[in-house]
Design a protein around this ligand. Structure first.
Ligand code: UTP
Length: 235
């Protein structure tokens, strides 16, 4: 049976500070896609909004207070980033879905016909982490990789606590204790979106959180090899 992998790709990964690193990272991601496709695998990529989402939400926030409307601004940014990756993969002749699906149901149908499907957000009230979990559920995948810009989930916020410890293998309930279960406000960030944590628990989906700045970690996780990062078990 063809293996379907689902990856949430943090939007910040698309735009490292140094321009040189951007090209390098995109090149390595492109190689990974070719590799997955070459091995007969299928890949659903859910891309975050990163800088354009933050900028757009900040700009609109001065005028709009309705959080659903601000979320729509964020969703538009995630689809911009999804389109950038989709076009890059199309350009090298990968078997990529030609549209950016707006629901996980639509995306899971596209995965039946294409090797690669790239999408962004869906509806207000969560981030693309939650979309990736929903896509894993809809595709019948048992796990989901969250590639972000931190190396591990820590027991407390490492930006505020010098004594924060990385965690390697934890239960979904432990993750829920750390993230809470309340939805984030538009543009707010957390190591894993609390809504995603709840959905993963409901659908019994394991999560791998890893540092997506290093594409080799993502490669290892997709190949089922050992990887540096935090494994979160739902069952
Ligand atoms: P992201 O998924 O990019 O948030 O959505 P993030 O994970 O915090 O940031 P990255 O991964 O570093 O890019 C950006 C914003 O878009 C809205 C929310 O307001 C979110 O904060 N959004 C996104 C939705 O409302 N629904 C979605 O399905 C996706």
């Amino acid at each position: 049976m063809t293996r379907t992998h689902i990856v949430a790709l943090g939007g910040s990964l698309l735009r490292p500070e140094e321009a040189e690193k951007r090209q390098q990272w995109l090149g390595q991601l492109r190689q990974l896609i070719v590799h997955v496709e070459g091995n007969g695998g299928k890949l659903g990529i859910v891309v975050g909004g990163g800088l354009p989402a933050r900028e757009g939400i900040e700009l609109a926030k001065n005028i709009i207070s309705d959080s659903e409307k601000l979320d729509e601004v964020g969703i538009a940014a995630t689809r911009l980033n999804a389109t950038i990756l989709q076009q890059i993969f199309l350009d090298i002749g990968c078997n990529v879905a030609p549209s950016i699906p707006t629901t996980t149901g639509e995306a899971s149908k596209l995965i039946d016909s294409y090797s690669i499907v790239v999408m962004g957000g869906t509806t207000p009230g969560h981030t693309t982490d939650a979309v990736a979990i929903a896509l894993a559920r809809d595709c019948g995948a048992r796990n989901c990789v969250i590639a972000t810009n931190v190396d591990y989930v820590y027991d407390k916020d490492p930006r505020e606590h010098d004594d924060a410890n990385p965690m390697f293998d934890i239960s979904i309930d432990r993750l829920a204790e750390i993230t809470g279960t309340e939805p984030l406000s538009p543009g707010q960030s957390a190591v894993v979106d609390p809504v995603a944590v709840g959905w993963a628990r409901d659908a019994s989906i394991d999560i791998a959180v890893l540092d997506g700045r290093d594409i080799s970690l993502l490669d290892n996780a997709l190949e089922g090899k050992e990887f540096s990062g935090t494994l979160i078990r739902s069952v």
